[in-house]
Design a protein around this ligand. Structure first.
Ligand SMILES: [Zn+2]
Ligand SMILES: [Zn+2]
Length: 270
């Protein structure tokens, strides 16, 4: 089954496509399982954001669930009403409350903020070597795995590479082997899904995490993966699905993990 488990609509402050638009596009592309995963970034430093950057000080409403129900009926595809919970140490209590307030069907646990700043902002990498910046980021992801709320998947592990100013931006296994092994082992132990995100931005490479990390995950026994385009506008859902599907199959993966009724089920990668 063709799937896409990471997408944003106008219920996120930085996205431009409506629920109806993405559902129509997914249907046209033959995507059978679509997860919408709006931002929930309660630890976001809105007061520090540079001019022109969106504020993440908002919450999704019941209308999100209503629009998804309407689109499911109209297009006849599965659509999970999901959320992408941004992890920070200081916001876990609030995030747990919000996740309990509405019946989210799929939760991605993502790290966007380190040392109090969004790594997309100018100045984030000032004075940091690649080793320093990435080691700090991996440590934040490792902490996020112990979040005291329910989550199903670990989002875009390697996200920091997208806006990084270094010559070789990609976070590869070899460079951070011990730290990455620690993260992957915990993901496996906790039965979480490792997301394969196809939005690599300017970092190059095929996906986030890099294939070298997916190879290591497979070698350690990890089998739960899914794929997400991280689309924010029309024309992006299903991005690079075939190329990434082929790449993970060549590592040995045969199934995508999807969440239905709070449980992980598998679908053949095709
Ligand atoms: Zn994200
Ligand atoms: Zn996202």
């Amino acid at each position: 089954m063709k799937i896409d488990c990471h997408n944003h609509t106008t219920f996120s402050p930085d996205a431009a496509q409506t629920v109806d638009e993405i559902a129509a596009e997914a249907k046209r592309l033959g995507i059978g399982y679509l997860a919408l995963t709006e931002h929930l970034d309660l630890g976001f430093p809105n007061d520090k954001r540079p001019e022109g950057e969106p504020s993440f000080d908002y919450l999704v409403t019941e209308k999100y669930f209503d629009e998804i129900e309407t689109a499911k009926k109209k297009y006849g595809i599965e659509i999970a009403a999901g959320i992408e919970a941004g992890y920070t140490d200081d916001s876990v209590g609030e995030t747990a409350k919000e996740l309990a307030r509405l019946p989210f069907e799929y939760v991605i646990n993502s790290v966007h903020i380190c040392h109090g700043l969004d790594c997309y902002w100018n100045g984030y990498f000032d004075g940091l070597t690649k080793k320093e910046a990435y080691t700090e980021y991996i440590a934040a992801v490792r902490k996020s795995l112990d979040a005291p709320y329910r989550y199903d998947a670990v989002g875009h592990f390697g996200y920091i590479a997208r806006p990084a100013p270094y010559e070789h931006k990609i976070m590869t296994f070899r460079e951070f082997a011990a730290e990455i092994d620690d993260v992957l082992s915990v993901i496996i132990k906790k039965d979480k899904i490792l997301e394969v995100n196809t939005s690599t931005g300017l970092s190059g490479g095929l996906c986030i995490p890099d294939l070298s990390i997916l190879e290591r995950y497979y070698a350690l026994g990890g089998r739960l993966i899914n794929i997400g385009s991280d689309s924010h506008r029309t024309g992006r859902v299903g991005h690079n699905y075939d190329a990434v599907g082929d790449a993970v199959k060549s590592i040995g993966f045969r199934e995508w993990a999807v969440v239905r009724n709070g449980k992980i089920e598998t679908e053949a990668i095709d």
